[in-house]
Design a protein around this ligand. Structure first.
Ligand SMILES: NC(=O)c1ccc[n+]([C@@H]2O[C@H](COP(=O)([O-])OP(=O)(O)OC[C@H]3O[C@@H](n4cnc5c(N)ncnc54)[C@H](O)[C@@H]3O)[C@@H](O)[C@H]2O)c1
Length: 353
């Protein structure tokens, strides 16, 4: 069987976790890399066994290679749009990190460009592949809580002595709304939370948001605390609360953050008790129904597993000829949902979708 041959554009912080499943799967191979920071790309190449003559600083040079099936676009958000158009024009399949673009108009163009070129467009959203999220979804789909009525997501950010190293350059573009598209917590990381809302409850029909700000330093504003409310079709609701606490010390291998999700149904309640970190020393999934609490711990809980599962899903889909999760159209829906919160916070009005 032929392999899925993958090239990366952007070998920054998150590329480490993208590489894991490709390196571990004999059906796939990382065959080329590109980053403006050539020294960084070369050091990744040494780790991942990519020959030096297949490592570039300009992505056009990488896209000219014949033997790339899929390009992972792992760039700051404002570059996703053009890199996707250029990758489609080169006839390569595309996996673009979230959020796919800065506007719905850009997302539409990206979807159309992929269609015109006859290539796959996948939007890389790993949270729906986090094992506790997958377990909660399976329990809900199995009818364990009845009809889901509300979803409540809480995201705590703080500090951590154990977090991974995030280069200043990766923080700089996130704090620039022209490059990020919004703030780091409600728009960048928030994409994952909007994706969870969409995954469990479907597309919202209205969004209302208050997005506060916390000064981190000169010209460095964090978009928290924030409260976003969602109205879903059929008299169902949800909310996201994102808060940064400068002295909240977290235990994490990745970002200094932890999340919790609570979904209430017509006959039960389910909790996902963790995300990046582990603030609560309880099982990752808890189900309450019929006067009884059941807990579920038989799953990996490291956040890296959300990436491993997402990439493995794509490799399976590739060989089976199935559509990826998320499709470009799904990614556009989550983007519309996330952009509505930005618009609502600006206007002070609920935004209808
Ligand atoms: N799914 C998640 O949980 C998650 C987590 C972190 C980041 N991300 C996403 O991954 C993407 C990258 O984030 P990151 O944290 O790795 O950022 P980063 O800043 O660490 O990496 C971006 C890389 O792109 C390179 N680059 C910039 N312009 C380039 C160009 N024109 N050509 C080639 N290389 C160029 C930079 O040198 C840098 O190494 C973003 O879309 C971000 O939202 C997702």
């Amino acid at each position: 069987m032929d392999k899925l041959r993958v090239g990366f554009i952007g070998t920054g912080r998150i590329s480490d976790l993208h590489a894991l499943a490709y390196l571990d799967d004999e059906r796939a191979e990382i065959v080329a890399l590109c980053d403006r920071n050539l020294a960084l790309a070369r050091s990744r190449g040494r780790q991942w066994n990519v020959p030096e003559n297949r490592i570039f600083s300009e992505y056009d040079d990488m896209l000219a290679l014949e033997d790339i099936d899929l390009v992972e676009i792992l760039l700051p958000h404002h570059l996703h749009y053009q890199a996707t158009l250029d990758t489609a024009a080169a006839g390569k399949n595309i996996s673009v990190q979230k959020p796919m673009a800065l506007s719905v108009a850009q997302a539409d163009e990206m979807i159309n460009a992929a269609k015109a070129a006859g290539v796959i467009l996948k939007v890389y959203e790993n949270f729906i592949f986090y094992p506790p999220v997958q377990r909660a979804k399976a329990l809900i789909d199995n009818g364990e809580i009845g009809d889901p009525l509300t979803i409540r997501i809480k995201s705590n950010s703080g500090v951590s002595p154990t977090e991974w190293d995030v280069p200043a350059s990766a923080q700089a573009w996130r704090l620039n709304p022209d490059e990020c598209g919004g703030g780091p917590l409600v728009f960048d990381d928030g994409h994952h939370k909007f994706a969870l809302g969409w995954h469990f409850m479907g597309m919202a029909e209205a969004v209302h948001a208050w997005i506060g700000s916390t000064e981190l330093g000169p010209d460095m504003l964090l978009d928290a605390p924030a409260i976003v409310s969602w109205k879903f079709p059929g008299n169902r609701y949800g909310s996201l609360e994102a808060v940064y606490s400068p002295e909240l010390v977290l235990d994490t291998q990745h970002y200094a953050q932890d999340d919790r999700v609570e979904i209430t149904g017509s006959k039960g309640v389910i909790w996902i008790t963790r995300g990046h970190g582990k603030m609560m020393d309880v099982p990752p999934v808890i189900l309450y129904k019929d006067r009884r609490t059941r807990t579920f711990s038989d799953m990996p809980v490291g956040w890296e597993h959300s990436f491993i599962n997402s990439t493995r899903h794509f490799i399976d889909a590739w060989f089976a000829g199935d559509p990826p999760q998320l499709t470009g159209e799904d990614g556009r829906d989550v983007l519309r949902f996330a952009l509505a919160a930005q618009e609502s916070a600006r206007s002070g009005q609920a935004v209808q979708l």
